[in-house]
Ligand binder design. Structure first.
Ligand code: HEM
Length: 406
């Protein structure tokens, strides 16, 4: 990563793409929530950062003023490349018609049907880990499972896994700072999905039942009851956002879960002894280690929580910070495996709320259950503060060295 001038004051000069933020994000956010709910910076062509729960809800809902046409704050100028990632880069009223046809593929029913396949994938990945006593929970397991799942759903060869990981890293990590890396990755992803779509089209009625075929045949559902086929840009955009949305988010959370349990033996013991806690535990991991911070483009001068914000700039909505807001959660900085009343915002809020949340929850539950059945006793092989966290809009541990215990 390139050298960046150190931050002088996080309230007026924040840099969410710095190593300092990667290392201390939760502490920085706690301080800002307390003293400056709308932080700003002149970096990134001028941007804002909203940290309190209710302000984030309000901003996410005001879709006219806070547009999804840009969803990241990075070194790209706001007027420069605008990637088409329909439906996430669309605002109402265009957004709903493109989102709705994608929903059935991620319904609870579709997810239930997929579950045995994901269980088998997790088991096989753990077979590959085998009897090793030192394992990297992130690189050897957490990163591999969601890539396999998405490859399977797209109907592409498992050999594409490393390329998918490279593209996702290119878009969401290195490419946030080095635009050439992002451009190259974006162009390769677009070409890849264009070829996949052409392939399914050529197969006609023999095309397999996968996400590429689903998107090829998708029809935008217009408000008046009529429909129209997706355009080329919408098809490629939808496949692109499913790949970007479905991989790094899930691997980051699964990696955070292993990091946490490897450094909190009491929580590990409790979850192993009380596996019925798994569904509430997954929600609590999602709250506590929320991976996604997303941006909006400000279409006109406005204010957020009484602070003026300028049109033409971008604003970051910190879902991780909302999930630690003490006005909303009791003891927010404690991870409580059986926390009740956990209406967290890890999957966002408003019209863009995550459409893969059923799938994500299933993958996290299946992945962690398979790991704990195989390795009920383990610990971090390094000090917790030696673990490095990713730089970029998706937060997760880059590596989780684990020692398997008897
Ligand atoms: C732990 C895992 C995940 C987390 C934390 C997560 C989080 C989020 C968040 C916060 C948003 C809202 C963005 C906004 O406010 O603009 C979102 C949107 C989205 N997510 Fe996820 N996501 C996860 C997994 C997935 C999976 C597995 C998929 C699909 C394969 C997926 C697909 C999408 C899509 C397509 C959108 C855009 C929806 C729209 O614009 O209508 N996500 N996700």
């Amino acid at each position: 990563m390139s050298e960046r001038p150190p931050v002088t004051d996080w309230a007026t000069d924040f840099d969410h793409l710095s190593e300092e933020w990667a290392a201390k994000g939760p502490e920085i956010l706690a301080d800002l929530r307390e003293r400056c709910p709308v932080a700003q910076t002149e970096r990134f062509y001028g941007a804002y950062l909203v940290t309190r729960h209710d302000d984030i809800v309000e901003t996410a809902r005001a879709t006219d003023t806070f547009s999804n046409c840009i969803t990241a704050v990075n070194t790209n100028h706001p007027d420069n490349i605008k990637l088409d990632l329909s439906p996430i880069t669309l605002d109402p009223p265009e957004h709903g018609p493109v989102r709705r046809p994608l929903l059935p593929s991620f319904s609870p029913k579709a997810t239930d049907e997929l579950e045995p396949t994901v269980v088998a994938m997790a088991e096989r990945l753990l077979d590959d880990v085998g009897d090793r006593k030192l394992v990297d929970g992130a690189l050897d397991f957490a990163q591999l499972l969601p890539v396999e799942v998405m490859g399977h759903l797209f109907g592409v060869s498992a050999e594409m896994g490393p390329t998918f990981r490279q593209w996702v890293d290119g878009m969401l990590k290195e490419g946030q700072i080095d635009l050439d890396i992002a451009r190259k990755a974006a162009s390769e992803v677009q070409q890849f999905f264009a070829a996949q779509l052409a392939d399914r089209e050529a197969m006609g009625d023999d095309a397999p039942d996968d996400l590429v075929t689903m998107v090829l045949n998708a029809e935008a559902e217009l408000g008046d009851g009529s429909t129209r086929p997706f355009g080329r840009k919408e098809r490629i955009g939808a496949l692109f956002v499913l790949m970007l949305g479905g991989i790094d988010t899930t691997w980051s959370t699964l990696g955070s879960m292993l990091f946490h349990l490897g450094s909190h033996p009491d929580d590990l013991k409790r979850l192993v002894n009380e596996p019925e806690l798994m569904p509430t535990a997954v929600e609590e991991f999602l709250r506590y280690y929320s991976p996604v911070t997303i941006a909006r483009y400000i279409t006109e001068d406005a204010d957020i929580a009484g602070c003026p914000v300028s049109g033409g700039r971008r604003v970051l909505l910190s879902y991780p910070s909302a999930n630690r807001d003490p006005d909303y959660f009791e003891n927010p900085d404690e991870l409580i495996l059986d926390r009740q009343n956990n209406r967290h915002m890890a999957f966002g809020v408003g019209v863009h709320r995550c459409l893969g949340s059923n799938l994500a929850r299933m993958e996290l539950r299946v992945g962690l259950t398979a790991w704990l059945e195989r390795y009920p006793n383990f610990e971090l092989a390094v000090e917790p503060d030696e673990v490095k966290w990713s730089v970029g809009p998706i937060r997760g541990p880059r590596s989780v060295p684990i020692r398997i215990l008897d």
